[in-house]
Design a protein around this ligand. Structure first.
Ligand code: FE2
Ligand code: FE2
Length: 361
C-alpha cells in the first residue's frame, strides 16, 4: 500500500460509567444533530441539469470575483464553463479530503473524549461527516475528477489524527478545519447559482455550524483546567494549524493546479495575470464592497480562539505577523490596510442562524 495512505493514528480510549448528563449544552447539540439528519440521495435535486452560464457566473477564483472583470467576459461561454467547472472541482476536492479527515477524527472523538455527552454528540457528527464525504464526491463527479489533496492539508490532518490528546484533535478539527470550512461554505452558498450546489451547501453548513459549536462549548468547559504550559502548547498548535491552511509557503496553495486548468483550456496563465492586473481597480472595488480581504482565519478562526480563551498576547502576535506578511486585512478609506487583530469581529452567538442567513454583499 502507498505510504501516503497510512498514518499511525493515536488515541487513548476512555470509558465513562457516569451515564447522566454532565455537559447539558453538548447533550442539546446531540439532540439537534439527531433531529436535523438528511439523506443526500433523497433530499437533493440531483436530477436537475446544471445551468452552465449561471454556474460560470458564480465562479470565484480563490476569493477573486472574476465574474466582475472585463477579462472574464472576453472568454467564450464554453471556456468560462470549462474553467469554472474544473476550478470548482479542484477547490471542492480539497474540501472533500477535509471531510474524510473530519470523518476519521469525529470517530476518534467517540473513543477519546471523557464525557458521555461528548461521545454521543461525536457519534452524530461521524454520521454527518460520512454524508458530507458522500455528497461532495457525488457533486465533484458531475464536474470533473477528484484532484489530489494539498500537502499542507494532508499534514494537518495527519497531525490531528496522530495526536494522542483529544483537545488537540478538537482544536485541529473542530476549531480550525471546521471553522474554515463553515466560513467558506457559507460564502460559496451565497454566491452559488446552481440550485443543487446551493441546497447542498445549505445542508452542509447547517451541520458544520453544529460541529464548530461542539468545539466551542466543549473546549470552553475544559480549557480552564489546563496548566499554563499545556495551554501554551495548544495555542501554538492552533496557530500552526491555521497557518498551514492559508499560507501558500506551507504548501496550502492550489495555484499550480489552477494554472494547469487555464493551460488545458487553451489560455496562457501569464495572460490571465496581465488581464487581471488591468482589471485591478474593478477587482479592488468588488473586494472592498465585501469588507476587504478578510478570509476564514481572521474572520472566523481567530475570533473563535478568542471566544474559547485560546488567544493570548503571544499567539495574537504570531497571527498579526502572519496577516501582515500575507497582506490580509480590511482596507481603510485612506488606502492603507488594517490588521484584522485591531478590529477583531465578535463571533455570532447563534452559529446555526449565522450559517443560514445571507452574506452581506
Ligand atoms: Fe463536514
Ligand atoms: Fe464538520
Amino acid at each position: 500500500m502507498n505510504d501516503d495512505l497510512r498514518v499511525q493514528a493515536a488515541l487513548e480510549a476512555l470509558y465513562t460509567f457516569d451515564y447522566g448528563s454532565e455537559l447539558e449544552e453538548l447533550r442539546a447539540l446531540y439532540a439537534k444533530g439527531l433531529d436535523l439528519q438528511w439523506i443526500a440521495m433523497r433530499d437533493l435535486p440531483w436530477e436537475q441539469e446544471t445551468d452552465r452560464t449561471a454556474f460560470a457566473r458564480s465562479f470565484s477564483l480563490g476569493g477573486i470575483p472574476i465574474d466582475e472583470t472585463h477579462f472574464w467576459t472576453t472568454l467564450s461561454a464554453d471556456t468560462r464553463w470549462e474553467v469554472a467547472r474544473r476550478g470548482t472541482a479542484l477547490m471542492l476536492s480539497n474540501f472533500l479530503h477535509g471531510e474524510q479527515g473530519a470523518l476519521m477524527v469525529a470517530s476518534q472523538l467517540v473513543n477519546a473524549v471523557p464525557h458521555l455527552d461528548g461521545k454521543l454528540y461525536a457519534a452524530t457528527q461521524t454520521l454527518d461527516e460520512a454524508r458530507h464525504v458522500e455528497v461532495f464526491a457525488k457533486y465533484i463527479e458531475r464536474l470533473d475528477h477528484v484532484f489530489p489533496i494539498t500537502p499542507a492539508l494532508k499534514q494537518l490532518l495527519d497531525r490531528t489524527l496522530q495526536s494522542g490528546n483529544w483537545m488537540w484533535k478538537c482544536v485541529g478539527m473542530q476549531i480550525v478545519v471546521e471553522g474554515l470550512a463553515l466560513y467558506v461554505f457559507r460564502d460559496m452558498r451565497e454566491n452559488a447559482r446552481d440550485p443543487l450546489l446551493r441546497q447542498l451547501l445549505t445542508y452542509v453548513s447547517r451541520d458544520e455550524a453544529r460541529h464548530t459549536a461542539y468545539g466551542i462549548k466543549y473546549l470552553s468547559a475544559v480549557l480552564p483546567s489546563l496548566s499554563e504550559s499545556e495551554r501554551a502548547e495548544l495555542e501554538d498548535f492552533a496557530f500552526e494549524a491555521s497557518r498551514m491552511l492559508i499560507d501558500s509557503r506551507s504548501g496550502a496553495s492550489l495555484g499550480d493546479a489552477f494554472l494547469q486548468i487555464w493551460r488545458d483550456s487553451g489560455i496562457d496563465p501569464m495572460d490571465v495575470g496581465t488581464a487581471l492586473s488591468q482589471d485591478r481597480e474593478k477587482l479592488d472595488a468588488a473586494i472592498a464592497k465585501r469588507g476587504g480581504r478578510i478570509g476564514p482565519v481572521s474572520g472566523f478562526v481567530v475570533p473563535t480562539l478568542r471566544r474559547i480563551g485560546l488567544l493570548s498576547e503571544r499567539n495574537a502576535a504570531q497571527f498579526r505577523k502572519m496577516f501582515d506578511e500575507l497582506q490580509i486585512g480590511t482596507r481603510r478609506a485612506d488606502g492603507t490596510r488594517g490588521n484584522p487583530l485591531d478590529g477583531l469581529i465578535d463571533l455570532p452567538d447563534d452559529l446555526e442562524a449565522w450559517a443560514s442567513e445571507g452574506v452581506p454583499v
